[in-house]
Design a protein around this ligand. Sequence first.
Ligand code: SAM
Length: 199
Amino acid sequence: MDFLKKFNENIHIFNELNKVEGYKCGSYLCDGTNYEYSDLMLEKQKILFQKAKTAENVLEVGVYRAHSAFIMLLANPDLKITCVDIDDTLSKPCTDILNKHFNNNILFIKGDSKDILNKLPKIYDLFHLDGEHLNETVENEFFKILQLNKNQKFINVIFDDWLCAEKLINDISNNEKYEIIERIEPKSEWGNLFLSIKY
Ligand SMILES: C[S@@+](CC[C@H](N)C(=O)[O-])C[C@H]1O[C@@H](n2cnc3c(N)ncnc32)[C@H](O)[C@@H]1O
């Protein structure tokens, strides 16, 4: 079933997430002008949906109103997601709402990705990096997720707003330590980038 059909069937959950009071800005589903679904980002929503379909364990950095977690759970209601956000004002109540609808599939951790990512005990088959959109921060997160999956030497990662980390992406692409198995760059406003990397 495709993303928009699933989203429209579950629009009551999208509306419930809006009842949480707090700072409002753009998200994976809204362009930041008001709380309305925006198809300007449809292609990046679709790639997140598609890659979540076949995953079992996801690590997400940057939760905000939990819209990206919602997209992934629409794709795959059995998915387990570890969600990390430095600010729990919206992310905690919003992940609580998703947990009510999706069988407690989200483990929410409040904290800075710098401190949290090297303490996680698991291997993840998909990473979604959507925290602080600065090259230095994304680079720090990237090296930590490589460590997390070091036994299998393979990661699938979606970088949101990836041009903020263009230097890192170029470094990965030009470094023979990394073999890029798949690269998907959807045409979208505030685009994301999927990379499947062997290392
Ligand atoms: C762009 S928003 C995330 C959007 C969300 N994924 C969505 O679906 O709309 C970025 C989030 O990252 C969080 N954040 C910023 N810096 C962080 C850090 N160093 N560690 C963890 N979370 C961070 C912010 O608190 C904010 O909630």
